[in-house]
Ligand binder design. Structure first.
Ligand code: DOR
Ligand code: ZN
Length: 403
């Protein structure tokens, strides 16, 4: 049994908290606040196929350092996770990697929707958290561009009661924009090529499909005020549509290309400050349900290439909680909102079993973002001074101290 003494709960009241464990510990948590450990519904941990960017040994350490004990992993691997056999192979590799690092990270998998493999969904249905649909091309080759196939995915999801997580950017529009923008391209052109309208068009299409086939849809990385408007209206109609925001869209904008260059190239791209501000409003009015890190590591060597050759994505699992706690210290979020966005809503939407993992955080600790545990070892937030850091994480009754 673990006894946590002298912690504060999110209302600021002193509490004693017990957690079932094979280990016996009494933790004096004076000065620390007890939060449910984070569930990250959106990570790319790169196994199999891109272990040079990340594996589950480095990723599990990064997760713990970020106060995350549960992750939903994406299917854009090599080979892509689109079949029963690919899923089983992936699970075996991950089981071994987590065992070797002795971190029993809780994890769930998305199966990728792929035109040639839709028949595989049924056999995987009990092993997955949902179906991932890429409406716009991104890292890896997964893409559903035609309406007929998209509709097919909705029918299957509805039949098996599986949530669909959508990367909502319209591929045709992206390609059209790309053809129109002439001359040598710079990193910031990324936000023009994958313009706001491409995201809005895709979300619009998704809402029409949910009206036709009412099934749970989770819109990943909402990044524009236009998408938020569409989602807000859909929610008013009580459609089962849920929305995620990422830390990078909440804390960075197109102005940050100057500072970070290729590191800031992500899909969907960074947006203008009015979009970022709309995301914060969306959090306040409940249009945004969850925060997911979209942890998508690429090595610096891969990133440091000219626009067009550099892959999209940035790591983020370790910095998500400190950024949110810093926002709490700046009166932008309440602790209740943080718990709802990073735990309760995710548990609700995806019907997760109860998870008793916790984070003990020092809300007053000021520290610069330092060395990263992710295999790629970098972050756009490196050196940023943040107030509010996790200190102890308890996962399945195992205590992890974070220095
Ligand atoms: O920026 C991104 N990176 N967006 C995606 O959709 C995929 C991700 C990755 O896997 O690198
Ligand atoms: Zn992603």
């Amino acid at each position: 049994m673990i006894e946590i003494k002298n912690a504060k709960n999110i209302e600021g009241k002193k509490v004693t908290h017990f957690i079932e464990s094979k280990e016996n510990h009494i933790i004096d948590a004076s000065g620390l606040t007890l939060l449910p450990a984070l569930i990250d519904p959106h990570v790319h941990f790169r196994v199999p196929g891109h272990e040079h960017k990340e594996n589950w040994e480095t990723a599990a350490k990064a997760a713990i350092y970020g106060g995350v004990t549960t992750v939903f992993d994406m299917p854009n691997n090599t080979p892509p996770c689109v079949s029963f056999s690919a899923l089983q192979d992936k699970k075996k590799k991950i089981f071994n990697q987590l065992k070797s690092v002795n971190i029993p990270l809780r994890h769930f998998f998305y199966l990728g929707a792929d035109k040639a493999h839709l028949h595989e969904i049924e056999s995987c249905k009990d092993d997955i958290i949902g179906i991932k649909v890429f409406m716009g091309s991104s890292t890896g080759g997964l893409l559903i561009q035609d309406n007929k196939t998209l509709e097919e995915v909705f029918k299957i999801a509805q039949k098996h009661n599986l949530p669909i997580a959508v990367h909502a950017e319209d591929e045709e529009m992206i390609q059209g924009n790309r053809r129109q923008i002439k001359g040598p391209l710079s990193y910031s052109d990324h936000s023009l090529i994958r313009g706001e309208k491409a995201a809005e068009k895709a979300v619009h299409k998704i809402v029409s499909l949910v009206e036709k086939y009412p099934t749970k849809v989770y819109i990943l990385h909402v990044s524009t005020h236009g998408e938020l408007e569409i989602i807000r209206k859909a929610k008013q109609k009580h459609l089962p549509i849920y929305a995620e925001a990422t830390p990078h869209h909440l804390f960075l904008t197109v102005d940050d290309y100057k500072k970070y260059g290729a590191k800031a190239v992500i899909n969907p791209p960074l947006r203008k400050s009015i979009d970022r501000d709309a995301l914060w409003e969306g959090i306040k009015d409940g249009t945004i349900d969850c925060i997911g890190s979209d942890h998508a590591p690429h090595t610096l060597e891969e990133k440091n290439k000219p626009y067009g050759a550099c892959p999209s994505g940035m790591p983020g699992i370790e910095t998500m909680l400190p950024l949110l706690l810093d926002a709490y210290n700046n009166n932008r979020l309440t602790l209740q909102e943080i718990v709802s966005l990073t735990h309760l809503r995710i548990q609700d939407i995806f019907n997760l079993p109860l998870i008793d993992d916790v984070v003990l955080a020092d809300l007053n600790l000021e520290k610069r973002v330092g060395h990263m545990k992710t295999k790629v070892g970098w972050s756009c937030f490196e050196n940023k001074l943040l107030k509010g850091w996790p200190k102890i994480v308890i996962l399945k009754g195992k205590v992890f101290n974070i220095e």
